[in-house]
Design a protein around this ligand. Structure first.
Ligand code: ZN
Ligand code: ZN
Length: 342
Protein backbone atom coordinates (compact mmCIF):
# COMPACT_ATOMS: atom_id res chain seq x y z
CA UNK A 1 0.00 0.00 0.00
CA UNK A 2 1.05 3.60 -0.51
CA UNK A 3 2.42 5.83 2.25
CA UNK A 4 4.02 9.25 2.58
CA UNK A 5 7.44 8.58 4.11
CA UNK A 6 10.38 10.75 5.05
CA UNK A 7 13.86 10.25 6.47
CA UNK A 8 13.94 12.43 9.60
CA UNK A 9 17.04 14.63 9.58
CA UNK A 10 17.35 14.44 5.79
CA UNK A 11 15.86 17.46 4.04
CA UNK A 12 13.70 16.85 0.93
CA UNK A 13 13.60 13.06 1.50
CA UNK A 14 9.78 13.00 1.66
CA UNK A 15 8.26 10.70 -0.97
CA UNK A 16 5.36 8.35 -1.67
CA UNK A 17 6.49 4.75 -1.21
CA UNK A 18 5.02 1.23 -1.19
CA UNK A 19 5.03 -0.18 2.34
CA UNK A 20 3.70 -3.37 3.93
CA UNK A 21 0.09 -3.20 5.18
CA UNK A 22 -0.36 -3.44 8.98
CA UNK A 23 -0.41 -7.01 10.29
CA UNK A 24 -3.42 -6.91 12.60
CA UNK A 25 -3.68 -6.14 16.31
CA UNK A 26 -5.94 -3.28 17.32
CA UNK A 27 -8.61 -1.75 15.15
CA UNK A 28 -8.01 -1.74 11.40
CA UNK A 29 -8.62 1.73 9.94
CA UNK A 30 -8.94 2.85 6.36
CA UNK A 31 -7.55 6.37 6.27
CA UNK A 32 -9.76 8.97 4.60
CA UNK A 33 -7.83 12.18 4.99
CA UNK A 34 -4.76 13.53 6.75
CA UNK A 35 -4.30 17.23 7.48
CA UNK A 36 -0.85 18.78 7.05
CA UNK A 37 0.66 21.55 9.13
CA UNK A 38 3.93 23.28 10.01
CA UNK A 39 5.14 20.22 11.93
CA UNK A 40 4.99 18.08 8.76
CA UNK A 41 6.83 20.80 6.84
CA UNK A 42 9.55 20.98 9.49
CA UNK A 43 10.01 17.20 9.55
CA UNK A 44 10.12 17.23 5.77
CA UNK A 45 12.81 19.90 5.84
CA UNK A 46 14.92 17.66 8.08
CA UNK A 47 14.54 19.87 11.15
CA UNK A 48 12.50 17.58 13.33
CA UNK A 49 11.18 14.03 13.78
CA UNK A 50 12.54 10.64 14.91
CA UNK A 51 11.94 7.37 13.02
CA UNK A 52 10.72 4.21 14.79
CA UNK A 53 13.50 2.12 16.39
CA UNK A 54 15.74 0.35 13.90
CA UNK A 55 14.42 2.26 10.89
CA UNK A 56 15.56 5.22 8.79
CA UNK A 57 12.10 6.21 7.53
CA UNK A 58 9.00 7.55 9.26
CA UNK A 59 5.47 7.57 7.85
CA UNK A 60 4.21 11.16 8.13
CA UNK A 61 0.76 12.41 9.16
CA UNK A 62 -0.67 13.12 12.61
CA UNK A 63 -4.00 14.84 11.77
CA UNK A 64 -6.11 11.83 10.96
CA UNK A 65 -9.61 11.09 9.81
CA UNK A 66 -10.38 7.42 9.21
CA UNK A 67 -13.17 4.93 8.86
CA UNK A 68 -13.17 1.66 10.82
CA UNK A 69 -12.51 -1.12 8.31
CA UNK A 70 -13.39 -4.15 10.44
CA UNK A 71 -15.75 -4.70 13.40
CA UNK A 72 -14.10 -5.16 16.79
CA UNK A 73 -13.12 -3.64 20.13
CA UNK A 74 -16.52 -1.94 20.36
CA UNK A 75 -16.21 -0.33 16.92
CA UNK A 76 -18.26 -1.13 13.85
CA UNK A 77 -17.13 -1.10 10.24
CA UNK A 78 -17.98 2.32 8.83
CA UNK A 79 -17.55 4.28 12.08
CA UNK A 80 -15.73 7.60 11.58
CA UNK A 81 -12.81 8.08 13.95
CA UNK A 82 -9.71 10.12 14.59
CA UNK A 83 -6.82 9.12 16.86
CA UNK A 84 -4.64 10.78 19.47
CA UNK A 85 -1.08 11.72 18.53
CA UNK A 86 1.04 11.50 21.67
CA UNK A 87 1.40 8.20 23.50
CA UNK A 88 2.57 7.38 27.02
CA UNK A 89 6.28 7.14 27.88
CA UNK A 90 5.29 4.26 30.14
CA UNK A 91 7.21 5.47 33.17
CA UNK A 92 6.07 8.85 34.46
CA UNK A 93 3.35 10.10 36.77
CA UNK A 94 1.57 12.16 34.10
CA UNK A 95 1.49 9.41 31.48
CA UNK A 96 0.35 6.98 34.19
CA UNK A 97 -2.63 9.25 34.81
CA UNK A 98 -3.61 9.45 31.14
CA UNK A 99 -1.94 12.82 30.55
CA UNK A 100 0.90 12.20 28.07
CA UNK A 101 0.42 15.84 27.01
CA UNK A 102 2.07 16.63 30.37
CA UNK A 103 4.72 13.87 30.09
CA UNK A 104 7.50 14.47 32.59
CA UNK A 105 10.27 12.52 30.85
CA UNK A 106 9.99 13.53 27.17
CA UNK A 107 10.22 9.81 26.29
CA UNK A 108 6.74 9.81 24.74
CA UNK A 109 6.11 8.79 21.15
CA UNK A 110 3.95 10.69 18.66
CA UNK A 111 2.22 9.36 15.56
CA UNK A 112 3.93 10.70 12.46
CA UNK A 113 6.45 12.75 14.46
CA UNK A 114 8.43 10.81 17.06
CA UNK A 115 9.16 7.06 17.06
CA UNK A 116 5.74 6.04 15.72
CA UNK A 117 4.57 5.85 12.12
CA UNK A 118 1.89 8.35 11.19
CA UNK A 119 -1.41 8.16 9.35
CA UNK A 120 -0.50 9.16 5.78
CA UNK A 121 -1.05 5.63 4.44
CA UNK A 122 -4.00 3.59 3.28
CA UNK A 123 -4.43 1.28 6.29
CA UNK A 124 -3.48 1.64 9.95
CA UNK A 125 -3.86 -0.73 12.93
CA UNK A 126 -4.64 1.39 15.95
CA UNK A 127 -4.96 0.78 19.69
CA UNK A 128 -8.71 1.14 20.39
CA UNK A 129 -7.93 3.20 23.52
CA UNK A 130 -6.44 5.90 21.26
CA UNK A 131 -9.46 6.23 18.98
CA UNK A 132 -11.84 9.19 19.23
CA UNK A 133 -15.30 8.74 17.66
CA UNK A 134 -16.23 11.40 15.10
CA UNK A 135 -19.98 12.03 14.63
CA UNK A 136 -21.21 11.32 11.12
CA UNK A 137 -22.68 14.83 11.02
CA UNK A 138 -19.16 16.29 11.23
CA UNK A 139 -18.04 14.16 8.27
CA UNK A 140 -14.85 15.19 6.51
CA UNK A 141 -14.44 18.16 8.85
CA UNK A 142 -13.35 15.58 11.44
CA UNK A 143 -9.90 16.06 9.92
CA UNK A 144 -9.71 19.27 11.99
CA UNK A 145 -9.91 17.32 15.28
CA UNK A 146 -6.16 17.32 15.96
CA UNK A 147 -5.51 21.07 15.65
CA UNK A 148 -8.82 21.72 17.48
CA UNK A 149 -7.67 19.43 20.33
CA UNK A 150 -4.56 21.61 20.78
CA UNK A 151 -6.82 24.68 21.15
CA UNK A 152 -9.26 22.89 23.47
CA UNK A 153 -6.40 21.86 25.74
CA UNK A 154 -4.92 25.36 25.76
CA UNK A 155 -8.25 26.99 26.62
CA UNK A 156 -8.94 24.37 29.31
CA UNK A 157 -5.59 25.19 30.91
CA UNK A 158 -6.14 28.95 30.56
CA UNK A 159 -9.50 28.61 32.33
CA UNK A 160 -7.92 26.50 35.09
CA UNK A 161 -5.10 28.98 35.59
CA UNK A 162 -7.38 32.02 35.39
CA UNK A 163 -9.91 30.29 37.65
CA UNK A 164 -7.43 29.91 40.51
CA UNK A 165 -8.77 33.27 41.63
CA UNK A 166 -12.05 35.11 40.91
CA UNK A 167 -11.82 35.87 37.19
CA UNK A 168 -14.06 36.07 34.14
CA UNK A 169 -13.06 35.28 30.58
CA UNK A 170 -14.95 37.99 28.70
CA UNK A 171 -12.51 39.44 26.19
CA UNK A 172 -9.82 37.48 24.35
CA UNK A 173 -7.15 38.29 21.79
CA UNK A 174 -5.95 35.60 19.39
CA UNK A 175 -2.73 36.48 17.60
CA UNK A 176 -2.32 34.63 14.30
CA UNK A 177 -4.93 33.29 11.87
CA UNK A 178 -3.46 29.95 10.82
CA UNK A 179 -5.28 26.76 11.81
CA UNK A 180 -4.55 27.13 15.53
CA UNK A 181 -5.50 30.82 15.60
CA UNK A 182 -8.71 30.29 13.67
CA UNK A 183 -9.77 27.22 15.66
CA UNK A 184 -8.99 28.99 18.96
CA UNK A 185 -11.22 31.81 17.74
CA UNK A 186 -13.99 29.33 16.88
CA UNK A 187 -13.82 27.60 20.29
CA UNK A 188 -13.84 30.88 22.21
CA UNK A 189 -16.74 32.23 20.13
CA UNK A 190 -18.73 29.06 20.86
CA UNK A 191 -18.25 29.93 24.54
CA UNK A 192 -19.64 33.43 23.93
CA UNK A 193 -16.32 35.21 24.50
CA UNK A 194 -15.73 38.57 22.78
CA UNK A 195 -12.81 37.66 20.51
CA UNK A 196 -10.36 39.84 18.62
CA UNK A 197 -8.23 37.94 16.14
CA UNK A 198 -5.19 39.71 14.73
CA UNK A 199 -2.93 38.67 11.86
CA UNK A 200 -1.04 40.14 8.92
CA UNK A 201 -3.63 39.39 6.21
CA UNK A 202 -6.06 42.20 5.27
CA UNK A 203 -9.20 40.18 6.16
CA UNK A 204 -10.41 36.77 7.27
CA UNK A 205 -13.93 35.65 6.38
CA UNK A 206 -14.03 32.63 8.68
CA UNK A 207 -12.97 34.69 11.71
CA UNK A 208 -15.52 37.40 10.88
CA UNK A 209 -18.17 34.76 10.16
CA UNK A 210 -18.03 33.61 13.80
CA UNK A 211 -18.74 37.12 15.07
CA UNK A 212 -15.12 37.70 16.12
CA UNK A 213 -13.45 41.01 15.28
CA UNK A 214 -10.66 40.60 12.74
CA UNK A 215 -7.79 43.08 12.86
CA UNK A 216 -5.00 43.39 10.32
CA UNK A 217 -1.83 44.15 12.25
CA UNK A 218 -0.50 45.96 9.18
CA UNK A 219 -2.95 48.80 9.90
CA UNK A 220 -3.54 48.46 13.63
CA UNK A 221 -0.92 47.77 16.31
CA UNK A 222 -2.02 45.30 19.00
CA UNK A 223 -1.49 47.94 21.69
CA UNK A 224 -4.46 49.88 20.25
CA UNK A 225 -6.94 47.05 20.88
CA UNK A 226 -7.24 47.56 24.63
CA UNK A 227 -6.57 44.85 27.19
CA UNK A 228 -7.69 41.27 27.44
CA UNK A 229 -8.56 38.57 29.97
CA UNK A 230 -6.88 36.02 27.69
CA UNK A 231 -4.26 36.34 24.96
CA UNK A 232 -3.52 33.30 22.76
CA UNK A 233 -0.31 33.62 20.77
CA UNK A 234 -0.65 31.39 17.71
CA UNK A 235 1.51 33.35 15.27
CA UNK A 236 4.82 31.85 16.33
CA UNK A 237 6.65 35.08 17.17
CA UNK A 238 8.78 35.13 20.32
CA UNK A 239 8.61 38.92 20.34
CA UNK A 240 4.79 38.88 20.28
CA UNK A 241 4.82 36.25 23.03
CA UNK A 242 6.83 38.60 25.23
CA UNK A 243 4.55 41.52 24.32
CA UNK A 244 1.42 39.53 25.20
CA UNK A 245 2.13 40.03 28.90
CA UNK A 246 1.55 43.76 28.39
CA UNK A 247 -1.82 43.21 26.70
CA UNK A 248 -3.45 41.61 29.73
CA UNK A 249 -6.06 43.02 32.05
CA UNK A 250 -5.86 42.40 35.78
CA UNK A 251 -5.63 38.63 36.48
CA UNK A 252 -5.19 38.08 32.73
CA UNK A 253 -3.69 34.91 31.25
CA UNK A 254 -1.48 34.68 28.16
CA UNK A 255 -1.17 31.28 26.47
CA UNK A 256 1.67 30.51 24.04
CA UNK A 257 0.88 28.04 21.25
CA UNK A 258 2.93 29.21 18.25
CA UNK A 259 6.49 27.92 17.99
CA UNK A 260 9.42 30.21 17.21
CA UNK A 261 12.73 28.33 17.31
CA UNK A 262 14.83 31.22 15.94
CA UNK A 263 17.87 32.04 18.02
CA UNK A 264 17.19 35.63 19.08
CA UNK A 265 16.81 37.99 21.99
CA UNK A 266 13.40 39.59 22.42
CA UNK A 267 12.46 42.77 24.23
CA UNK A 268 10.30 42.73 27.30
CA UNK A 269 9.32 45.98 28.98
CA UNK A 270 10.79 46.01 32.50
CA UNK A 271 7.83 47.48 34.43
CA UNK A 272 5.37 45.25 32.51
CA UNK A 273 7.23 42.18 33.78
CA UNK A 274 8.41 43.29 37.19
CA UNK A 275 5.59 45.57 38.26
CA UNK A 276 2.30 45.02 36.38
CA UNK A 277 2.59 41.22 36.22
CA UNK A 278 2.96 41.11 39.99
CA UNK A 279 0.52 43.82 41.01
CA UNK A 280 -2.12 42.55 38.55
CA UNK A 281 -1.66 38.78 39.09
CA UNK A 282 -0.95 38.09 35.40
CA UNK A 283 0.26 34.74 34.03
CA UNK A 284 2.15 33.70 30.89
CA UNK A 285 2.19 29.96 30.12
CA UNK A 286 2.87 27.51 27.28
CA UNK A 287 0.69 24.60 26.17
CA UNK A 288 1.41 21.61 23.94
CA UNK A 289 -0.54 18.65 22.65
CA UNK A 290 -3.81 17.34 24.14
CA UNK A 291 -5.24 14.44 26.07
CA UNK A 292 -8.31 12.31 25.46
CA UNK A 293 -10.82 14.67 27.09
CA UNK A 294 -9.54 17.55 24.93
CA UNK A 295 -10.01 15.45 21.81
CA UNK A 296 -13.58 14.62 22.83
CA UNK A 297 -14.26 18.30 23.60
CA UNK A 298 -12.69 19.35 20.29
CA UNK A 299 -14.78 16.98 18.19
CA UNK A 300 -17.97 18.06 19.99
CA UNK A 301 -17.07 21.74 19.53
CA UNK A 302 -16.31 21.30 15.82
CA UNK A 303 -19.72 19.70 15.35
CA UNK A 304 -21.41 22.64 17.10
CA UNK A 305 -19.35 25.08 15.01
CA UNK A 306 -20.40 23.28 11.81
CA UNK A 307 -24.04 23.67 12.80
CA UNK A 308 -23.64 27.32 13.68
CA UNK A 309 -21.37 28.51 10.86
CA UNK A 310 -21.87 25.81 8.19
CA UNK A 311 -19.98 27.19 5.19
CA UNK A 312 -17.20 28.81 7.15
CA UNK A 313 -15.54 25.60 8.33
CA UNK A 314 -16.03 23.96 4.94
CA UNK A 315 -14.18 26.82 3.29
CA UNK A 316 -11.43 26.64 5.87
CA UNK A 317 -10.24 23.28 4.49
CA UNK A 318 -9.12 25.00 1.32
CA UNK A 319 -7.09 22.33 -0.46
CA UNK A 320 -7.59 18.56 -0.72
CA UNK A 321 -5.08 16.66 -2.87
CA UNK A 322 -4.07 13.01 -3.33
CA UNK A 323 -0.94 11.69 -1.61
CA UNK A 324 1.39 12.16 -4.58
CA UNK A 325 0.62 15.91 -4.59
CA UNK A 326 1.88 16.34 -1.01
CA UNK A 327 4.23 19.16 -2.08
CA UNK A 328 1.21 21.33 -2.99
CA UNK A 329 -0.36 20.64 0.38
CA UNK A 330 2.89 21.52 2.17
CA UNK A 331 3.14 24.79 0.22
CA UNK A 332 -0.50 25.79 0.82
CA UNK A 333 -1.01 28.82 3.05
CA UNK A 334 -4.72 29.62 2.64
CA UNK A 335 -6.14 27.64 5.62
CA UNK A 336 -5.95 23.88 6.10
CA UNK A 337 -4.67 21.56 3.36
CA UNK A 338 -5.26 17.82 3.50
CA UNK A 339 -4.08 14.67 1.74
CA UNK A 340 -6.96 12.50 0.59
CA UNK A 341 -6.32 8.76 0.89
CA UNK A 342 -9.76 7.40 0.00
ZN1 ZN B 1 -0.43 19.35 12.93
ZN1 ZN C 1 5.57 10.33 30.41
Amino acid sequence: MQALVTEPGVAHSTRVEEIEPPDGGGVRLRMLEVGVCGTDREISEGLFGIPPDGRATLVLGHEALAVVDRDGHGFTRGDLVTATVRRSCGHCLACGEGAPDSCLTGDYSERGITRLDGFARELVSEDPAQLIPVPGSLGRLGVLAEPASICARAIRHARTIGGRQPWELRRALVIGAGAIGVLSTVLLRLDGVEVWTAALEPSNELVEGTGAHYVSTVDTPLSELGRFDLVVEAAGSAQLMAASLGLLRRSGVACLLGIDPRKQTVELDGPTLALDTILENRVLFGSVNAQRRDWLAAVAALDRARERWPEALERFVGLRVPLDRFAEAFAYRGGKATLVLS
